[in-house]
Design a protein around this ligand. Structure first.
Ligand code: GLA
Length: 369
């Protein structure tokens, strides 16, 4: 991928970490709840070589900038390189001795499409550095190290879902993750006869913006008022809602509690081999994110409505919200009709043409060579 041309030597290895689609379980991870993501085939590839002068040199095929840093500290690196440099910092903070490296990064995941290009970058760099320096970290712990890079180095208060998905997913499965205990199980995602269509709504999302942090704060406030460690612990929803005076906090709580139940119901259906039945839960999740959690955006709402009208079993926005992608679960015979319906609906409104991707549940981060 051009490492030789860039650095004048062969890399020591090449690693890949995927982006993700969350089948269901949105805004539940930082409430200690459940999520059910799967890894995409697309992601971030890193070719890397050790170097003994202690320098990290970061280059990407998607950007002209080169970053060189020896001892990255929060605030010292900007832009995309911060996600990579943050991993070096976070590994060292966790007590691991990482030396220098030359890295060349390539991504085939659209940025800002809500498919976790940032987590894929962090995880690709994390597995590369661990291999280069013979560091053995269990994957769940490595996910926390990558999350810390994003939380404390880049400054985005994301939960643990995206990094866990990128590191722990397996082919043909979704990852059922309990974000409190960190325990996970693989749920079979057999798409025979079905297509999981990812619709990039072309409205870019940015977690660095305030909306995400604001939702997180509201959830913490609600849990505090209810006297529970996290919204995960609410068992009697009606009773909890009656105790919250603020209608906004009531809506946020309603979403988180019902979404956790939808994740568990979805896992039950996947284990029963009834993937098609999951559609109704996807649409219910979307309505809850739109009306209760209020993180949807117009392009997503139209994509969901048009997909369902054109024959999808269900559809929902994925990721943090305020932009990004929608997934639609569609009988494969109708996939073309759904694509056309969404494309036409966008054209009628004068919106940018949506982009489509067939999602294939794929393996998590790994060494390619
Ligand atoms: C973003 C964050 C995740 C999660 C989702 C919402 O993708 O990075 O941790 O909170 O939003 O489910």
């Amino acid at each position: 991928m051009g490492f030789q041309e860039t650095y004048g030597r062969e890399p020591d290895g090449v690693w890949h970490a995927p982006g993700r689609v969350n089948l269901i379980g949105e805004h539940t991870d930082y409430n200690d709840g459940f999520v059910l993501p799967f890894a995409l085939r697309q992601g971030v590839t890193v070719a890397a070589a050790r170097r003994d002068d202690g320098v990290f040199e970061l280059r990407s095929l998607q950007s002209r900038s080169t970053t060189e840093v020896t001892d990255p500290t929060p605030g010292s690196v900007d832009g995309w390189a911060a996600y990579a440099a943050g991993v070096v910092w976070s590994l060292r903070e966790a007590g691991y001795q990482v030396g220098g490296a030359s890295l060349l990064i390539d991504a085939d995941l659209p940025q800002g499409a809500g498919l976790s290009s940032s987590a894929a970058l962090e995880c690709a760099v994390a597995v590369a550095l661990c291999d280069l320096y013979g560091i053995e970290v269990p994957r769940p712990a490595l996910a926390r190290i990558a999350q810390r890079a994003e939380n404390d180095f880049v400054g985005v208060p994301c939960g643990i879902m995206d990094q866990s998905a990128s590191l722990l997913c397996t082919e043909d499965h979704a990852l059922f993750l309990d974000c409190r205990s960190g325990l996970s199980a693989q749920a079979p995602l057999d798409l025979t006869g079905l297509t999981l269509l990812v619709i990039d709504t072309r409205a870019e999302h940015e977690l660095v913006d305030g909306g995400y942090a604001d939702r997180r704060t509201a959830c913490e406030k609600a849990a505090e008022l209810l006297g529970v460690p996290a919204l995960r612990d609410v068992t009697d929803l009606a009773e909890a809602l009656s105790r919250l005076g603020d209608p906004v906090l009531r809506r946020r709580t309603q979403h988180v509690v019902t979404e956790n139940h939808r994740v568990e119901a979805t896992v039950g259906l996947l284990r029963a081999g009834a993937v098609g039945e999951v559609g109704a839960l996807l649409t219910a999740s979307h309505l809850s994110l739109r009306d209760q959690f209020e993180v949807s955006w117009p392009e997503a709402d139209v994509a969901v409505e048009e997909s369902v009208r054109a024959g999808a079993r269900g559809a929902r926005m994925v990721g943090g919200g305020f932009g990004g992608s929608v997934i639609a679960l569609v009988p494969t015979a109708r996939a073309e009709r759904v694509r056309e319906a969404v494309t036409e609906a966008y054209a009628r409104r004068g919106w940018a043409e949506p982009r489509f991707l067939d999602a294939t549940p794929s393996a998590g981060a790994r060494r390619l060579r």
